[in-house]
Design a protein around this ligand. Sequence first.
Ligand code: UD1
Ligand code: PEP
Length: 425
Amino acid sequence: MKRMIIQGGNRLSGEVTIGGAKNSTVALIPAAILADTPVQFDTVPDILDVHNLMIILKSMNVKSEFSHGVLDIDPTQIIEAELPSKAIKSLRASYYFMGALLGRFHRATLTFPGGDNIGPRPIDQHLKAFKALGATVSENNGTVHLEAANGLHGTRIFMDMVSVGATINAILAAVRAEGTTVIENAAREPEIIDLATFLNNMGAKIRGVGTDTIRITGVDTLQSMNTHTIIADRIESGTYLALAAALGDGVMVHNVIPEHLESFTSKMIEMGVNLQIDSDKIYVPKTTSLKPVHVKTMPFPGFATDLQQPLTPLMSLADGDSVIVDTIYPKRVKHVPELQKMGMQIEAHDGTIVVKHTDHLHGANVSAGEIRAGAALTIAGLMAEGTTVINNAGNILRGYDRIVWKLNRLHANVSIEDDSSVKIS
Ligand SMILES: CC(=O)N[C@H]1[C@@H](OP(=O)(O)OP(=O)(O)OC[C@H]2O[C@@H](n3ccc(=O)[nH]c3=O)[C@H](O)[C@@H]2O)O[C@H](CO)[C@@H](O)[C@@H]1O
Ligand SMILES: C=C(OP(=O)(O)O)C(=O)O
């Protein structure tokens, strides 16, 4: 098990550069197996999810190499093989191999994915989309088998709820299907647009991404001609903005797409943070007084569920009660009892989180139950007096690019140890 050790109390200042979006990257890597040529991605975040996806690729004889933010994938010698269930279970997005393998081989067998433990995460809409496209679905002992014996055929799919994962999986399966597929009530997250940009540049015909109706006309081949640069991670951006406002003496956050963060930055401005927003960077000055806010998480462009936790330490500095209602994952409250251990006045009841003004946080031994709970604990640990040990720090490293290095460059004092007490960066 990995632990993050934080010596709290340092004020932060300087510059930080945001990496490529985790939620784009983890869809782009499975999408790469749909190509008939090698593909290359740039600004790839160095996160555990990427390394686990590379293990899954290897099991299919797909070579990949990752160095200095560039990931090369060669799917031209791909074979059908049993996929490693440990790697599949280590992340959520392994379920994108369902759509991608269906698109490539018209069949797929996978164990159920893992990912953050944030309440029930059914995949009924993914399976509904595969069935509509002509696949049969059978489940046995935690394994899903998909088979489209007569190929995949374009169809109309109305999603019962807005789902990022189901929208992406439907695109992956439909992109090489025969005919036209229309996805209605589709998710509109920027990462879906990024995926479609990658596929369209290889010859796919995907129209309407970013709206709730996506039209995909299947093509016979996908061929990559150029490097795909992954969009900036809006959740990592929001995390550093919140951290900078909570304990910064002036922090510049580079490589940000402000349009992807409007629901978040507008809340910070409402709190009284004087953000200076430029075209691709945001400066966070030292904050003096903060007002409480109410947040309701919604599908994009609403306030992201992945950003409610990183905002809680900042909310604890406001001069009143802030309220969070997570409508996407009402049970996503793993950060609450851990933050309480550090002295934060925070409570969760019936799907509502209330954060009260807290004068003093102290270091504690806590656990990152999921990635964004880990982000909240990291910020709280940096604000607290004394030492904080965050157990299960692997959950943080699943999705935060080179976080120890980035934080220490801002003058934090953070390290990661594993069970053998070996320090890693
Ligand atoms: C790898 C990735 O991109 N992960 C993101 C993705 O997760 P993920 O794609 O798993 O989340 P979804 O958008 O699918 O989930 C949205 C809601 O729909 C429900 N649902 C979803 C699918 C389904 O078949 N049935 C169903 O009931 C879920 O339980 C949830 O309440 O979007 C979430 C919501 O923005 C983010 O928190 C995750 O960071
Ligand atoms: C919930 C998240 O990730 P995943 O869907 O990969 O578990 C997240 O990034 O906050």
